[in-house]
Design a protein. Structure first.
Length: 106
């Protein structure tokens, strides 16, 4: 096997691992008609890093308590970590539960 073929084999294995990981991450729908603010921490006092468009689905990597928010799905103090340093209020995410659906953030 040439060096070129070895690099191609490594690349396709890495892509497959990323695809498998992406396929195994569960996503949840943001409330209908809502453009959801993403914050740098678990509360309304943290800065807005971006706004998600209507119809977005988000992964939940972990959850943590924070500011209590009243939203589309009720009132909750649970915040969902959707990316590194990015949080959304669980009151706007359809998880099918009033409690935690993921591990607590460390």
């Amino acid at each position: 096997m040439s060096v070129d073929h070895a690099q191609e084999a490594e690349s396709s294995g890495e892509e497959q691992a990323v695809s498998t990981l992406a396929a195994s991450v569960k996503t949840y729908a943001v409330a209908p008609g809502v453009r959801l603010n993403v914050r740098s921490g678990p509360g309304t006092s943290y800065g807005i890093t971006r706004t998600l468009p209507e119809g977005t689905r988000v992964p939940i990597f972990c959850q943590t308590p924070g500011t209590t928010v009243s939203g589309y799905y009720g009132t909750s103090n649970i915040w969902d970590n959707i990316d590194n340093g990015e949080f959304v209020s669980d009151a706007y995410v359809h998880t099918g539960s009033d409690g935690y659906v993921a591990d607590r953030c460390a």
